[in-house]
Design a protein around this ligand. Sequence first.
Ligand code: AMP
Length: 275
Amino acid sequence: MQIHDTIAGLRAALKNAGRVALVPTMGNLHEGHISLMEQARSHGDAVVASIFVNRLQFRPGEDFEKYPRTFQADCDKLIAAGVDHLFAPVETEMYPRPQGYTVAVPKEQDGILEGEFRPGHFNGMATVVMKLFQIVQPDTALFGKKDYQQLMVIRNMVQDLNLPIHIIGGETIRAADGLALSSRNGYLSPDQRREAPRLFETLTKVVDALRHGNIDFPALERDAAIQLRNNQWQPDYVAIRKKSDLQLPAAHDSGLVVLAAARLGSTRLIDNLEV
Ligand code: AMP
């Protein structure tokens, strides 16, 4: 695997690389990331991973400083997964001056769910993904459904800005007990880690109820949030939405997804399940 810390070096290496498939990450890699790398193989002659903890998408008081940085272990995993190129820039390579031009995510996406609770997060994320797209110029880019709204924002950005990039959404990879793999799981104490699968279990119950024809969405959302609260969680939201645009569904809409974000102690976890 070639490791590049400059834009010029990466671009030179990709000049005659054929079709390029990109998997952007913030590092601290786990099986969820690796499954995207493996899927990338079938979409590119060259598979490019990026590792960059993007300050722009963290709010003041969030975990930018303490976000786990495990570069050597990440490299070992990427090599084992057969990744061809790693782009791992330092901050001044990506942001040599304050980022003046940015991507503004429209309100109907930025103002709901994660966007409501993490104002500015999607603008920061979309801006760095746009920069990575310009730097790598991939034919295909892969993102996880674990971050469902992020995937939707990127799909819409690519469509509205006519980017010639094929976006692929990878399924969420889970631990044996159902907990969606996440770099933030490492913040959990042993007790919290034992409690953490309740988020997935709660979503599963809502999905089961929907599949059995229950269409009282507000009651389902409320009961799920209560279940979490009763077990020491602080939910930001449990929301039943349309898969297509994450807006509120009408009673008999199909194509639904249930999304949740909740804090366990000081760790904020998100998860979702398609119905
Ligand atoms: P991150 O490093 O958290 O920014 O994630 C990088 C990419 O991996 C994003 O597209 C995520 O959606 C994806 N990802 C994170 N966790 C998982 C998971 N458990 N299963 C599948 N994809 C994931």
